[in-house]
Ligand binder design. Sequence first.
Ligand SMILES: Cc1cc2nc3c(=O)[nH]c(=O)nc-3n(C[C@H](O)[C@H](O)[C@H](O)COP(=O)(O)OP(=O)(O)OC[C@H]3O[C@@H](n4cnc5c(N)ncnc54)[C@H](O)[C@@H]3O)c2cc1C
Ligand code: SF4
Ligand code: SF4
Length: 436
Amino acid sequence: MDKIETKSRFTGSNESAPKISDIVSNGLCIGCGLCESIAGSQNVQMTMTPEGRLRPMQIAPVQAEAVQQIYRGCPGTRIGGLPDSEIDENSKIDPVWGPYRRMDVGYAGDEQIRYKAATGGVMTALASHLLDSGKVDFILHVAASADKPMRTERQLSFTTAQVLDAAGSRYGPAAPLVDVMQLLERKQTFAFVGKPCDVTALRNLAEQDPRVDQYCRYKMAIVCGGASELGKSQDVLDDFGIREQDLSLFRYRGHGNPGATRLETKNGRSFEKTYNEMWGDEAGWRLQFRCKICADAIGEGADIAASDIWPGGDPSGDDAGFNGVITRTKKGEELLASAIEAGALIIEGELGPRDMDGFQPHQVRKKQAVWSRLKGLERAGQLVPEVTQLRIQELAKAAGTERAEHEAEGTYQRALIGKTSEPEVRSELSSLTEKV
Ligand SMILES: Cc1cc2nc3c(=O)[nH]c(=O)nc-3n(C[C@H](O)[C@H](O)[C@H](O)COP(=O)(O)OP(=O)(O)OC[C@H]3O[C@@H](n4cnc5c(N)ncnc54)[C@H](O)[C@@H]3O)c2cc1C
Ligand code: SF4
Ligand code: SF4
């Protein structure tokens, strides 16, 4: 397969000036919200599409300069890892797991955090420790919507109680960066907790706007197998015969590791599915396409990333909660040490990259496949992101020509039948074109 030698690219539309809608229609948008924040919500608004994806809908003209800034910031168009300045002689670089300084098994020192959180509560414990120790003013992350608990909203937490309320994994669409530019204007320090693609967006934005590193002091990521469309959650409602407006709680996991998916209604009924009932059948995951070509789902750009550590990748039952903790930067190492010293975090033992392979076989497979999938998209004439630093070409080569061809051809065939692209997001105003 000769195409594997060529360089990845994202050029925008060839015929005309790049448009935000090109990112969406080429299947590259994950709905992080950054473009709304850059363009302003009077021009671009994140919208839930009929397919159950959060996507930017343009409602007024956007200046060419803002479109360019979006293209440079969007995690659908540019994906990299840590800036060079964060890597030094104490960094190790694993071909699959990227740069790291240490890898550990850990969990929250506070039992309530450990119980309520998605896994062992490492993200919540670190975020709480940052607030308690005055290292940041607030945490930017996501939480269940108060009035529509199946949906997820961006959350600012100023207290440890607020951080704890937002603990847990939200598997549907989430747009944590929907007003990040406006948050920078507050001139307050904060830490970010989110998916690897969200961290990519922040790293991209930091290249253009020095305020990102000035105010966003820590960037933390959850290792991520992919975000589902809202339809996945709707399927759960349908299974139980519940209407969304009757819900008072939609918890995807937590309260044990992994804990059940639990729904409660305003009239006091409750319903549960085990993790394996939710995720046992991959055909029902309804993953967004961007996730299938995700060059960094393991938080390579984060100071610290946290994962599950189930042998083979699936839980065999509930336990007290143990995270894989990948510390990637000096700043992350200092934060980890400070949290351990304060008792906020318990570290139980060391891990290595090959242990992580065993816990995350799906991440290894994806990392090996992504380059070839992008080549399949290119072959079909679709736009692909610019990917740097993430070793995906080397990993594809190491996985062998036959596998690479299979992945590229599979993606090419899916592209031909429209499975790798998305309809434009339309409103009555969507005929407006960007001003260039
Ligand atoms: C869509 C998705 C897919 C995942 N896939 C994997 C996987 O393949 N392998 C694996 O090891 N782990 C995966 N996880 C991560 C895992 O569920 C835990 O989040 C992780 O182990 C951290 O656990 P914790 O107990 O430290 O998190 P917690 O202490 O519960 O903190 C979780 C934090 O993540 C934030 N968050 C939750 N959902 C989202 C979201 N959708 N977007 C942005 N921020 C969010 C919350 O606001 C909270 O601050 C996934 C999580 C999600 C949301
Ligand atoms: S990935 Fe984020 S920045 Fe890119 S188009 Fe989608 S919402 Fe906008
Ligand atoms: S798989 Fe990648 S693109 Fe999809 S939600 Fe996770 S980090 Fe984002």
